[in-house]
Design a protein around this ligand. Sequence first.
Ligand code: ATP
Ligand code: MG
Ligand code: MG
Ligand code: MG
Length: 565
Amino acid sequence: MKQSQILIPTKKEAPSDAEALSHQMMVRAGYVYQVSAGVWAYLPLAYRVIRKIENIIREEMANAGAVEMMMPGLLPADLWKESGRYESYGANLYKLKDRRDRDFIMGPTHEETFTALMRDSIKSYKKLPLVLYQMQDKYRDEDRPRFGVLRGKEFEMLDGYSFSADQAGLDAAYDKQAVAYRNIFDRIGLDYKVILADSGTMGGKNSQEFSAPAAVGEDIIVYTDGDYAANIEKATSQFTGVQQEGTPAELTKVATPGAHSVDEAGESLGMPSSQILKSMLFMAKMADETVQPVMVLMRGNDEVNETKLKNALDCLELTLATEEEAEQYLGAHPGSLGPVGVGQEVKILADEYVKVLVNMACGANDDGYHYINANLDRDFRVDAFGDFRLVQEGEIAPDGLPLKFTKGIEIGHIFKLGTHYSKQMGAQVLDQNGRLVDVIMGSYGIGITRLLSAVAEQQADENGLVWPDSIAPFDVHVIPINAKNADQMRVADEVTAQLEAANLEVLLDDRKERPGVKFADSDLIGLPIRVTVGKKATEGIVEVKIRKTGETIEVKVEELVNTIQ
Ligand code: ATP
Ligand code: MG
Ligand code: MG
Ligand code: MG
């Protein structure tokens, strides 16, 4: 591919709102173009990376026995009314009307759609187990889309769903998906951890997240140098002495159907410190079940957030106290709480009456009050009373090793759904004994476009992107230093032809730009190997540079392919 014929709009400056290195570099390197906040165009280079990731996914899904198909993104609201999520999903759900005033949504995920398909297509256990997947754009009206394509309002997801007539079928499908996910992330070249997540509706080890450690990660991974790794909500429920599996199981049941109760509740708050709020609500709910009814106090000066908080509370079946009740409670417990601001304490209180009190300053969404990268225990303390508290760094895990904390980007999530959706939507099959049984489901997701950010976060340097071989948009960047020099162009064409004959993908910088511009762009674009064709072209010698290490060697043209491969 000739660089003069492809669109790579590189930039010297990063957009002013780009906090994350991956965001800065993907824009500067001409990979992505922001159409609107959280809505991105994937330019030719990024699109090639996405296609490569999709191909890796296709191969691994095939190995795991999963079958690809495609659902619509535009969905009738009725489907989501059946599952209950039309109301409970929260503010992230895009709701719209058609010309006949019928309700529709833009799909943020597809449990309902696949459950309906099963209900209407499969009547017997003999057709199961089945694992279906798609790679499709999802729509979520994220409150704070950020870090470039890491958190978008439209993003591409691999979402898969398994269906079986018995638990063993679910377990087998889940395990195969877990292996496939590891293979996918290994092949992509990411550093990641497999962590325990909410234990869900059936207890036990039935939800795991794949999390890529990175400074901009919005999740807290709690892990040891041994085998243990979990997200902080899960770790808290495991280590704080509160009923272990029971509580989160209940939580999932009363909250939104599916995996994401605590998660989505916290998220629908749309607070930048979502991790903290998630944990607070989580604990509030635990208190609800282990102590007494819960009172959550919010003093909002922002209507939008108040609505969001209410949604989140509904989702957890917590009650929102009136302003009056709150004042009363505060009056009886002077000084127990103040509005939450940067550096101030958040307290969750419980006494014999009670009462978990969470006071959130909605001003936190004002400029200058964002809890960017807020870290529990460092920036905030949660004081808990009774038998619940948050897990601490340094605590000893079951494997005898001290817990460590790190930030991570959620890149994938697998989940044993059980019969939640099939019950709700009437997806049943006849089993071996001719009895109707609810189909047992699992759901599995990877953020395909988010992977670009995760890789860039982990591997970019101050000069630009650095792509792993497996997903680089091209394998080799061939750069004739002077495109007006006939010898250099001839050798560059020759080199390109040789490399292509060896099945390598080549981007040939045929532009009549200054060498400085070409090299700077080349570093930004970040292909694994650069071949520079310069003065020694007439002697048949070119320079090979490895983007990742910066290592440079001179190579004879005829030895180039062997050297590179
Ligand atoms: P998060 O906690 O980051 O909001 P989630 O738990 O809501 O993610 P899931 O519903 O589990 O996301 O969706 C499966 C995968 O889709 C996630 O693991 C993540 O990689 C990706 N994903 C979710 N939301 C977004 C988004 N707004 N932009 C890009 N990728 C996303
Ligand atoms: Mg999540
Ligand atoms: Mg989310
Ligand atoms: Mg998730």
